[in-house]
Design a protein around this ligand. Structure first.
Ligand SMILES: [Zn+2]
Ligand SMILES: [Zn+2]
Length: 94
């Protein structure tokens, strides 16, 4: 598969893709995150998601939660609400 052919990490949609920072940008200056992550890591660490999944993520979790508890794709996918959303979104293609 060509690298350019991106799809949403949660539901597989190929439309309206956006970049989600697994550690939200507003936290990059925060002491705790500075201590635990390299700045370049925080900047580059992200996933491609469709707008629908993106707004779901930010509706479901606040930024500190995202940065501390859901800072990898695997952690997000292990969350029950995320799984439910992704199944729903796959069924309702856009
Ligand atoms: Zn999606
Ligand atoms: Zn985001």
């Amino acid at each position: 598969m060509p690298a350019a052919e991106q799809q949403c990490a949660l539901c597989g949609s190929r439309t309206l893709l956006t970049f989600h920072h697994l550690i939200p940008r507003t936290l990059h200056r925060n002491k705790w995150f500075r201590k635990n992550f390299e700045l370049t890591d925080m900047r580059e660490r992200g996933i491609v998601v469709c707008r629908r999944c993106h707004s779901f993520i930010h509706r479901q979790f606040d930024e500190k939660q995202l940065g501390r508890e859901f800072n990898t794709l695997a952690k997000l996918l292990a969350n029950e609400a995320v799984v439910r959303h992704s199944q729903w979104s796959k069924k309702h293609r856009h």
